[in-house]
Design a protein around this ligand. Structure first.
Ligand SMILES: [Mg+2]
Length: 283
């Protein structure tokens, strides 16, 4: 059993900060992954800088911190950056506040898009003045809202489609849940069959916007990292497609844990851009 904790003890001098994914890394289906609480406590005792980077876009950072705390890991909202935050930054930097978009699913309560000033509707019959689609997730009426998205894109295939969470799937208590990215690609595939090409803009891991946000926010979150050096930051996660590819792209040390959606066979046969620098059985 190779554990990240042992790696940290040996290599902490070469690292300035750790970034953890949440689902499949610290928790799984709302339950604690056994070593996680002990390891986070160790980091606290060591005063070693860390924060969480999640593609969850249907919980505010306050709610996410609450959910994580319930599992037994003490985390504050200020220690979390989510794909929803990346969406907020995109809306602000692209002047989309005040613009109306059709939203599928949830982006938190209140929603990240609305917090950034976007006007949203979930009503498939209220899309005439919508300028694009913003994709949420969580529990919603998939048929009604995804068909609404499909029909909107058939009429407006060039409209922007913003996706906070690019994930295809994620672990829940009874197996795998289908992620917002998976849903979006499914609908884009249908639009393609109808003869149009839609190019979504993904904002969470492994895409650049969330890493731009990490670099921007890191000096305020971790005063010791005024000028973050990616090579001295380790990203620990369970997904090759989001955590490992993202860390590799950002120049961070990519560390895969096998406690979530990835098996060792899959990890060892991953293409170069998704190959983890280090593989651990658990934290
Ligand atoms: Mg994960």
């Amino acid at each position: 059993m190779r554990k990240f904790t042992d790696f940290y003890r040996e290599h902490r001098g070469e690292l300035d900060a750790l970034i953890f994914d949440v689902d499949g890394t610290l928790t799984s289906g709302g339950r604690l992954i056994s070593e996680a609480a002990v390891f986070i406590e160790l980091l606290r005792r060591d005063k070693f800088p860390f924060f969480l980077l999640t593609n969850d876009s249907c919980n505010s950072c306050e709610r996410k911190a609450e959910l994580i705390c319930k599992t037994g890991i003490s985390i504050t909202p200020q220690q979390i950056i989510s794909a929803g935050n990346s969406l907020e930054m995109y809306i602000q930097s692209h002047g989309l506040a005040g613009h109306k978009f059709y939203q599928c699913g949830s982006l938190g309560e209140p929603g990240y898009a609305e917090k950034a000033g976007m006007i949203v509707t979930h009503d498939p019959h209220d899309t005439d003045d919508c300028e694009g689609v913003v994709m949420g997730e969580g529990i919603y009426d998939w048929r009604r809202e995804l068909e609404g998205m499909f029909n909107f894109l058939l009429k407006h295939p060039d409209a922007p489609v913003l996706v906070a969470n690019p994930d295809s799937y994620w672990p829940h208590p009874h197996g795998m849940g289908v992620g917002a990215g998976g849903m979006c690609r499914f609908i884009c595939g249908l639009v393609q069959e109808a003869g149009f090409t839609v190019t979504p803009t993904y904002l969470g891991k492994p895409y650049q916007p969330i890493y731009d946000l990490v670099m921007k926010r890191m000096p305020e979150m971790i005063p010791e990292c005024k000028n973050p050096v990616p090579e001295r930051i380790a990203m620990i996660g369970d997904s090759l497609a989001s955590d490992i590819q993202g860390a590799n792209g950002a120049g961070m040390l990519s560390c895969l844990v096998l406690t979530g959606i990835t098996s060792r066979v899959l990890a060892e046969s991953a293409p170069l851009h998704r190959k983890p620098a280090e593989i651990f059985d658990s934290l």
